[in-house]
Design a protein around this ligand. Sequence first.
Ligand code: PLP
Length: 430
Amino acid sequence: MITFEQHESEVRGYCRTFPAIFSSAKGAWMTDIEGRRYLDFFCGAGVLNYGHNPDRIKQALLAYLMRDGITHTLDMYSEAKQRFIERFYEVILQPRGLHYKFQFPGPTGTNAVEAALKLARKVTGREQVVGFTNAFHGMTLGALAVTGNGFKRAGAGVPLSNSAAVPFDGYLGADTDTLDYFEALLKDGGSGMDMPAAVIVETVQAEGGVNVASVQWLQRLRRITAEYGIVLIVDDIQVGCGRTGRFFSFEEAGIVPDIVTLSKSLSGYGLPLALVLIKPELDQWAPGEHNGTFRGHCPAFVTATAALQFWQNDALTQAVQKKGQQVEQRLQSMAERLSPGAQVRGRGLIWGIEFGDPLLAGRVSQACFERGLIIETAGIDDQVLKLLPSLTITEQELACGLDVIEDSLCAVLGVPATAHTPKAALAKAI
Ligand code: PLP
């Protein structure tokens, strides 16, 4: 640890929660330099939907590297990019009746968000972008301006402008449709809200505490934005690529966003790659108007193309739904027995449990780590324990991780652990 503590910036974060030096990983498991194994319920904050080093993707990457496939081309045409675009069109867009142009921005999520916001402003000639309470869209200035977290916003060091926050679904309680408020602001010339260029939304706010927008709310948001000529951007960076079951998280609502941002699990292997999907009529960029050195990393195109094999049928979607139910049932029963009043929220394989005591989630996460499970917290006060296992995790591994959560919760609450023996279960799964 000393190397990191001496030389790496104080800005480092996750390593403080999970103080181990990791060395290898496979499937749902990570191993540190001391040979200790950890079950991964974090998956790089949604980067590793297909698990660590999935074989079929690794083989494609190795073959590409071994034949000296080109690594870097700026945005010149490459075979790897061509194959990715063709396969993504065939496997993802065409079967869903979606028509989008592809923009490859810099490789991170925030790069994709910046490009989307810039384009929406250019196309509409308007400046303001509306984001939602507790949203998270990235750390660069444009993305940060539509991010809710006050601590992160303060880090900007300059005023964050040309944005407005309106309440997300459920923010004002279950009985209030928050879009009544947004629509009223748009209708009323005296509201003080400038007509926005865009609305940017996550269908499930992951970093913000696993807040799930309802299908009806998303459909209404689509209707309102269409009515006012506002570009609807769905940020599917964390909950796209199958995290909620289907490839895009907005599919369940049957809506078609104007722009979609993807990154994280897009490459399927942890290689950096981002994509902005743009309705053709909005693709009003001038050549080179938004550029950058790393726009489309060829090895990442290769792995992203291989990852599309998971989407040739609906087996993964079905598996995610089934495993999602397994998680929901276990969390609900844990909440009822051990922490009445705790809220369980989620879709597909992203789940959160918010306990009455906001400090509990962090303490449970720490206790889980001590027992060999990597699990993060989310929400403005880290008050939500967030489960983000890989989509390919086995039901047995999932059950082991849930046992560890229950055991850790019991330990933190000081109540006797339940009948199962998580440590033995973990050892068996290894
Ligand atoms: N958008 C969403 C919804 C995210 O969850 C994140 C990261 O967690 C980002 C954007 C930013 O992505 P990156 O950290 O790759 O810049």
